[in-house]
Design a protein around this ligand. Structure first.
Ligand code: B12
Ligand code: SF4
Length: 470
């Protein structure tokens, strides 16, 4: 490895491609690497697990020693990574004591001061968007300049934690100039990462990439750490940024060159539908012939579904998250409401258009009662009988910065603890919920998750062993 100015490291929470093991690098890390490269800073993005799998124990230390970077950046975006990220940072600091370590991402942002207070081996955290702050920090490290002038930085001077003002917020102009994704910067190489992404988002081999044309969200789902309120708190973002189609086509030209055959798009909010319709038209005109998966938090309308079907290859899919089978509860806990009846009508449209659908349900929501949980199980049963859909359960683990985390009492919830140790403790794996609701304690929520998992797999065909236990 040639000398580098900054190495970005991604640390997974486990070894599988399950989303809770955080196999994927935040897409923002690619934007950071692109931003810095265009300003002539040399950087690489290292996927630690893939590197060690290919080159064995000690390869990380060898790589850092060869690259001799000015700075080492570690993403701590998903709270599930908290413990492994801290363990990794401690290990690197021990071996390279004079190398400054900087963290960033949603979770690091939320707990920035606490991380600096409790982990002496971390030198700084960048809060929120990190493009300009990292460029400014690199300059300060290289010239021995004052870290006090770096925007968004939380750092330590003589044992004291200092929070510089959070003045940098990513803007439309920067978005329009970005060249995403910079796959050539990946270590141990893009092939392994494209394949890992395919396994994580479609569950099979391929060359897949995630493309998000937005920053921010206009929704306010109570359990979500990426909602409008969380965006304001963590990133200082006042509104949703949406890319333009011309900029997006620059990304798709890169994907074509790289032989990418599958793209994952988030479609959380309805405001992005217009952008996507424009993009799909260009992809059709230029005969891209891609497969696609799209995760949607609202219910796309019939015209959108038809357009999706005519743009992407067969077996492309849309993933919906009705979350609960109770209309009443759905209305209370999330934005972009639709009823069970509308959902079932729309599933007919999906089936007619030949678009595959995955549905995700969960439990342990504030306000949820045993009757609501029953409705979820019943709806799953009906859906499995009537529609050719795949149904999955996903646990809601309390996101820091979600409104449920910030104001538990407002939602009738009680938090076990509210500090960073909730996410770094040894027990966080076995009892990760960390809260109780008015109707359910942690054990009950854990049990309901098991029942839900069985219902999603077996429908009404089999009685869940967990249900018998209950
Ligand atoms: C698109 C998306 C996905 C995509 C793409 C993920 C990816 N690879 O980035 C998919 C569907 C794969 C996904 C999966 C998951 N996601 Co998701 N996802 C989102 C969503 C909708 C948008 C994120 C985004 O694109 N942001 C824009 C990019 C450009 O910003 P960024 O990546 O954050 O990067 C910026 C900063 O974080 C920082 N930064 C990033 N890296 C680094 C590194 C350093 C060193 C520094 C200093 C700074 C820094 O600077 C960047 C640029 O300014 C958000 C909700 C939201 N509206 O934000 C949820 C969200 C981020 N996901 C979440 C979760 C929980 C998950 C999953 C664990 C499971 C799940 N519920 O789906 C998995 C984990 C998958 C994995 N890592 O392997 C939570 C995170 C809560 C938390 N704090 O832990 C969120 C907030 C909401 C939610 N509940 O879904 N997700
Ligand atoms: S879950 Fe809701 S609040 Fe969170 S990103 Fe999706 S639409 Fe926005």
């Amino acid at each position: 490895m040639q000398p580098q100015d900054i190495l970005f490291f991604h640390i997974t929470a486990g070894n599988s491609t399950e989303s809770s093991d955080i196999p994927l690098i935040p897409i923002g890390t690619f934007y950071l690497a692109d931003y810095l490269s265009r300003r002539r800073w040399k950087c690489r993005i290292v996927h630690k697990r893939l590197l060690e799998k290919r080159e064995g124990q000690g390869s990380v230390e060898n790589l850092v020693a060869a690259a001799r970077p000015l700075l080492l950046g570690i993403d701590l975006h998903w709270h599930y990574q908290s413990r492994p990220v801290l363990e990794f940072a401690r290990r690197i600091k021990k071996r390279f004591p004079s190398l400054p370590l900087v963290l960033g991402g949603s979770t690091a942002t939320f707990f920035a001061e606490e991380i600096l207070q409790t982990s002496s081996f971390i030198d700084a955290v960048v809060r929120g968007d990190a493009e300009a702050p990292l460029a400014s920090l690199l300059k300060a490290v290289r010239s021995g300049g004052d870290w006090g002038l770096v925007p968004n930085l939380v750092w330590r001077r003589a044992q004291k934690v200092i929070c510089n003002p959070q003045t940098h917020v990513y803007c439309e102009k920067e978005f329009a100039q970005a060249r995403y994704p910079c796959l050539d910067l990946l270590v141990p190489g893009k092939e392994a990462y494209l394949d890992l992404t395919a396994r994580a988002v479609i569950g099979k081999e391929g060359r897949a990439v995630i493309y998000n044309p937005t920053r921010g969200c206009s929704g306010s789902c109570v359990f979500c750490g990426g909602s409008r309120g969380a965006q304001k708190l963590l990133y200082g973002r006042e509104r949703l940024l949406v890319a333009d189609v011309a900029g997006a086509m620059r990304t798709f030209a890169i994907l074509k060159k790289e032989g990418v055959d599958f793209v994952f798009f988030p479609l959380h909010v309805p405001q992005t539908e217009r952008f996507y319709l424009g993009l799909f038209q260009r992809l059709r005109e230029e005969r891209f012939g891609l497969g696609a998966r799209m995760d949607s938090y609202h219910l796309p309308d019939p015209a959108f579904i038809e357009t999706f079907a005519s743009t992407f290859k067969k077996f492309s899919k849309i993933v919906l998250s009705p979350d609960t089978g109770s209309d009443h509860l759905r209305k209370k806990i999330r934005t972009f409401y639709y009823s069970n009846e509308t959902l079932m009508d729309r599933l007919g449209v999906f089936a007619d258009a030949g678009v595959e659908v995955d549905l995700h349900f969960s439990t342990g929501f504030p306000y949820e009662t045993p009757a609501d949980f029953e409705k979820t199980l019943k709806l799953i049963c009906v859906l499995k009988r009537r529609f050719p859909v795949n149904i999955y359960s996903s646990s809601i683990l309390l996101d820091p910065a979600s409104s449920m985390y910030l104001e538990p009492r407002r939602y009738g919830c009680v938090m076990r603890r509210r500090d960073f140790s909730v996410f770094t403790s040894r027990h966080s794996g076995s009892f990760p919920w960390g809260y109780r609701t008015k109707s359910f304690g942690e054990r009950r929520i854990s049990l309901m998750n098991k029942i839900l998992w069985h219902a999603c797999r077996d429908g009404c065909e089999k009685k869940s062993p967990a249900l018998a236990e209950a």
